[in-house]
Design a protein around this ligand. Structure first.
Ligand code: ATP
Length: 513
């Protein structure tokens, strides 16, 4: 039995530092090109990271493709015909507004600077609520307090006016006003502390490259900034060859590339990352119904992982992208606060229509029920695999003080996502215990990821498995030789019980600690 107490490291920055160093120390995430001091915002996944990442992919794919009769997958190329990006609007509009601080020479996304200003006001609101809740105790009515407290009301109206003005200016491409807003809010550079800003400029996020051997004939291509277009380009191929009937979806997991201006916050914002996207094709007019359905379904998917509900929230977009008639984010409470984890967008018929126009090929669906041919509307669910990894990993990492006064670091990953399902540990490396343990490990390998560890005292080996998130440990001891039983230890409760060797698989799959 252990007592859970909040760790001292409960300060945002410390938590983030802790997450980054734990991810590196235990083979989850390394800076890319580490021996050359890394490459900004590019990361590699190590021996444990790749397993966790693959398990997240499998979990998503299973729930989206395997469990939906009307959703199929594709794996389209990263390179696509360059006209694709003209048609999709990425060449003209895939920009971020950037601003430089003249003193620190650091570059920022102007909208992010303003959003961070808003986040600070949100923190102030939380503080006021926290203070009042302490003051009023059990009688505290949060809703009433938020509706009536003058200071909180003022904070909310400030947030509203700032975000409305930012959205309006960005929509109108009034970059002068975005700069003015930054100056009026007296936003300072976090590095130099100065308010000496350049003008705001638009910056296209696509990486370009060339295909072809000779400089004269080479064609300029872009590394895809989203996987979605590969799905749109294959709409007719999949619909016809799969004889798919609307409504149906096409899912894809793959790399995307963005030349992000601000590339901080670990694997939250990377220049090379992976997306898990699904485009769901519906009849025109039905998009609102399906948008609501997918909002609900995706939130349920997140909650099914067992991470508490209060870590998620919806953020409905006021400023819509050029292709959308509704959009929201599912935000997660990352170590630096609530941020976008997944986007759900009602993309209208914008993409298919535009590809039809640019390619000259008909992209239509004949709806036998309606007896008409149309360009389908699209609901998109788009989640960053790396952000999902970060969400699960950072939320699972805990420091626990134990009853005996010692502490442990434990990665409480959802068991089915853990890199290793079970660790097999001989109590000592002699008297044949190691041979029995190896035999057990070999017999399980076909069913699950197993690790075998015989080095150091058993307590230290348990700690090592806790730190990489292994949900169960099996210890082979002298009794094993007598009665064919082993000790079965649960990571989260640290409880142990004796089980028969023959029931290991069942215990791992259906453990009831
Ligand atoms: P943000 O506002 O954070 O830049 P976005 O709205 O541009 O994100 P989308 O274009 O909707 O993101 O992409 C869908 C998902 O892809 C996001 O919800 C996120 O999980 C992931 N994603 C986007 N950009 C990155 C990135 N640079 N690094 C890692 N994941 C990313």
């Amino acid at each position: 039995m252990c007592i859970f107490v909040p760790s001292k490291k409960n300060i945002q920055l410390d938590i983030l530092k802790n997450v980054i160093s734990h991810a590196k120390e235990y083979g989850f995430v390394f800076p890319s090109s580490d021996i050359y001091d890394g490459l900004s915002a590019v990361y590699d996944y190590g021996q444990n990271g790749v397993e966790l990442k693959n398990n997240i992919k499998k979990y998503w794919w299973k729930s989206m493709v395997q469990l939906h009769e009307n959703i199929v997958g594709v794996d389209s190329a990263i390179f696509v015909h360059p006209t694709t990006w003209k048609a999709s609007g990425h060449i003209d509009a895939f920009n971020d507004p950037l601003i430089d601080n003249k003193d620190s020479k650091k570059r920022y996304r102007a909208d992010v600077l303003i959003e961070e200003y808003i986040s600070k006001i949100e923190v102030k609101i939380e503080k006021e609520i926290g203070k009042a809740s302490k003051r009023f105790g059990e009688d505290f009515d949060k809703e009433q307090f938020v509706d009536t407290n003058p200071r909180v009301k003022e904070y909310f109206s400030k947030i509203k006016s700032v975000s409305e003005r930012m959205n309006r200016s960005l929509e109108k491409e009034d970059l002068e006003d975005v700069k003015k807003l930054i100056e009026e809010l007296q936003i300072a550079c976090p590095v130099s502390g100065s308010k000496n800003w350049t003008d705001v400029k638009q910056f296209n996020l696509m990486f370009s490259t060339k295909i072809g051997a000779s400089a004269d004939t080479a064609t300029e291509l872009f590394l895809r900034p989203e996987t979605a277009q590969g799905i749109f380009l294959n709409f007719s191929n999949v619909q016809k060859t799969g004889r798919m009937k609307i409504p149906f979806g096409i899912a894809q997991i793959g790399k995307a590339f963005r030349n992000e201006i601000i590339a901080r916050q670990f694997i939250f914002r990377m220049r090379e990352f992976e997306q898990m996207e699904m485009q769901f094709f519906v009849p025109p007019g039905d998009q609102k119904k399906w948008y609501d359905t997918w909002k609900e379904k995706r939130m349920q998917w997140h909650l099914s992982l067992g991470i508490e509900k209060e870590n998620y929230r919806f953020h409905n977009h006021e400023k819509l992208a050029h292709y959308a008639d509704a959009a929201c984010d599912i935000e997660f409470k990352f170590p630096f606060g609530f941020k976008e984890l997944e986007g759900i967008h009602s993309r209208t018929d914008f993409d298919l229509k535009s590809h039809e126009k640019h390619s000259g090929k008909k992209i239509r669906y004949f709806d036998a029920q309606r007896n008409e041919s149309y360009i389908p509307y699209v609901i998109e669910t788009s989640i960053g695999l790396d952000r999902m990894f970060f969400a699960v990993f950072s939320h699972s990492l805990k420091e626990e003080k134990l009853e005996d006064g010692s502490s442990r670091t434990v990665l409480k990953l959802p068991p089915h996502l853990a890199p290793t399902k079970v660790a097999i540990l001989p109590l000592v490396k002699k008297d044949g215990l190691d041979e029995v343990a190896k035999k057990i490990a070999n017999s399980l390998k076909n069913n699950m990821n197993v690790s075998y560890d015989e080095k150091d005292a058993i307590g230290r080996r348990y700690r090592r498995q806790d730190a990489v998130g292994t949900p169960y440990c099996i210890t082979v001891d002298y009794d094993t030789q007598k009665d064919n039983t082993v000790t079965f230890r649960d990571r989260d409760t640290m409880q142990q019980k004796r089980i028969n060797i023959d029931s290991i698989i069942e215990s791992v799959e259906y453990s009831d600690f």
